[in-house]
Design a protein around this ligand. Structure first.
Ligand SMILES: [Zn+2]
Ligand SMILES: [Zn+2]
Length: 279
């Protein structure tokens, strides 16, 4: 259900509810020729919202990272998988951003979607960077992060991992959901917590615009109900990164129907996979 309140407010304001941006039609995955691919692919959603994707040639998980700029500081979600020079890549992007604005490079705050190794492998590199605050996964965060004229809401969503967090960027209306909701296999460690977290996100977004829901992997094919096998590096026909609030509603409904039963549920754009032995 769409909230009437923000729709009316938007109509009265006569301006978009959120700052717009563009997503690519497809991303590099991993191959077919690994020699041609850099470790990291970069996309500018808009001038202050960057997306990085690790190459499947570097690590089959090929996670996504998000770099968001406010007026006072920048926020990075996650540090990647395996061994790459991720801090150098992020620093290079921050330098470009600052040069374009004729500004100094802002301080960087590094947070995590959750604690799994494919999202934290670059932590030590960022811990060693000047002007950077690295918050370890699992550290409780304030419910709101102020980047300077840009507010990010922090929503704990345990279930995939006890440390799982969602981040909502009020400026773009983008909801970052980590490994808890993305086009692929949603591994559930704690089904009761995961169910409650999906409900929490539905309720959180009830009165807010949601431009996109962006997670941290793609494992789904463009063919409905079909995913690539675990460990696939080259995915020439992978699903788009972006999901919508409709997908969140579908997840919430499927989990509500399960009533806590750990059953695999294959849906159009993702699969719920009960798994209790995650590292
Ligand atoms: Zn994970
Ligand atoms: Zn992951």
């Amino acid at each position: 259900m769409v909230s009437a309140t923000w729709m009316i407010a938007t109509l009265l304001a006569q301006q978009p509810a959120v700052e717009p941006g563009l997503l690519p039609k497809s991303w590099a995955t991993g191959g077919p020729n690994c020699l041609e691919l850099p470790d990291w692919q970069f996309h500018e959603y808009n001038a202050d919202f960057f997306i990085l994707r690790e190459s499947g040639c570097s690590h089959y998980e090929k996670p996504f990272l998000y770099l968001i700029f406010g007026e006072k500081r920048a926020l990075l979600e996650d540090t990647g998988a395996g061994k790459t020079e991720v801090a150098k890549v992020v620093t290079g992007l921050m330098e470009k951003w600052a040069a374009r604005r004729k500004a100094t490079i802002p301080p960087l705050l590094v947070v995590h979607s959750h604690s799994h190794g494919d999202h934290t492998a670059g932590d030590a590199q960022f811990a060693a960077l000047a002007n950077t605050e690295l918050i370890k996964a699992g550290t409780p965060l304030d419910p709101v992060i102020d980047l300077g004229n840009r507010t990010i809401d922090v929503i704990p969503i345990p279930g995939h991992d006890t440390a799982s967090l969602a981040f909502y960027d009020r400026k773009t209306g983008i909801l970052l959901t980590g490994d808890s909701l993305y086009p692929g296999r949603l591994y559930v460690r704690d089904i009761a917590a995961f169910t409650a977290s999906a409900r929490k996100l539905v309720e959180f977004t009830e009165d807010k615009p949601v431009a996109h829901i962006l997670g941290t992997h793609i494992e789904q094919s463009r063919t409905p109900f079909t995913d690539y096998k675990v460990g696939t590096r080259y995915q020439p026909d992978e699903h788009s990164l972006e999901l919508s609030r409709g997908d969140l509603l579908e997840l919430d409904q499927a989990l509500t129907t399960l009533k806590g039963k750990p059953v695999r549920v294959i849906l159009r754009n993702f699969t719920i996979v009960p798994r209790f032995q995650l590292p």
